[in-house]
Design a binder for this molecule. Structure first.
Ligand code: ZN
Length: 243
């Protein structure tokens, strides 16, 4: 089976459409998402509609939790908080309910894999360092944990951190290690690893491969719509830098 693994879409429909187009060319059967469907970007309704069309299995992220009204953005910076207010105003009530009803990770998807947003013990935890990874890999769980939240694609094992280095066609492949792994597909809507292209991965559990992808999309048009919506300039301008 080939799974399309998405995370941190953040209301960016241009990036999501370009990614799904590429993923369809590459081939997949099922879609899973590690959360943060909304927040930051200008297209929360369109993104939620598209995920429904794709019949994606989704867990909630911290932005989804806050925008749904289940929590307040007390730990968010000013720009993120303004985006929360804006998104709440844009989303019809039924969409807010759908966000509030998203399942909370960890969510088992197969006997080999589960989804979390930050980590299995805390959806708000940032797994950034080898130490963060070691602590989490020491907890009980299946071989593969897909996570998001940091917006940086990569794979942690107990002994190493692998960052994709992409071929000219925007792909990077890794044979799945036999050890336990934490795997981040990167962010669709707001990458922060210095590469502005949308990031996702295809998990091929038959071939035992992680296939990371980067896809260019029309950043200028996303930015123009953010400016029109008067979302914070910082959130719009960072998209070209992938930071
Ligand atoms: Zn996020």
């Amino acid at each position: 089976m080939r799974y399309l693994v998405l995370s941190d879409i953040h209301s960016n429909i241009e990036a999501l459409e370009a990614s799904v187009r590429r993923a369809k060319e590459a081939g997949y059967e099922q879609v899973v998402c590690c959360g943060d469907v909304v927040g930051y970007g200008p297209s929360p309704v369109e993104v939620m509609d598209m995920l429904q069309e794709l019949q994606a299995t989704i867990i909630r992220g911290n932005h989804d939790r806050v925008i749904s009204g289940l929590d307040e953005p007390t730990h968010f910076n000013v720009a993120a908080r303004r985006a929360v207010d804006w998104t709440r105003q844009q989303l019809p009530v039924e969409y807010q309910h759908r966000l509030a009803e998203l399942r909370v990770g960890p969510l088992t998807v197969t006997e080999k894999a589960r989804l979390v947003h930050g980590s299995a013990r805390d959806e708000d935890e940032y797994v950034v360092t080898q130490h963060d990874a070691l602590v989490n890999l020491g907890l009980s769980g299946p071989q593969i944990t897909f996570f998001g939240h940091t917006h940086e694609p990569g794979v942690f094992t107990r002994t190493l951190y692998w960052r994709p280095s992409y071929e000219s066609d925007g792909t990077a492949r890794l044979r799945i290690p036999s050890d336990k792994v934490l795997v981040n597909p990167g962010s669709i809507g707001q990458p922060r690893d210095g590469d502005p292209r949308a990031s996702f991965l295809i998990w091929d559990d038959t071939e035992e491969l992680f296939e990371f992808h980067r896809v260019e999309y029309d950043v200028a048009s996303t930015q123009a719509r953010m400016r029109e919506a008067q979302l914070p300039e910082f959130l719009a301008s960072r998209l070209i830098f992938g930071r």
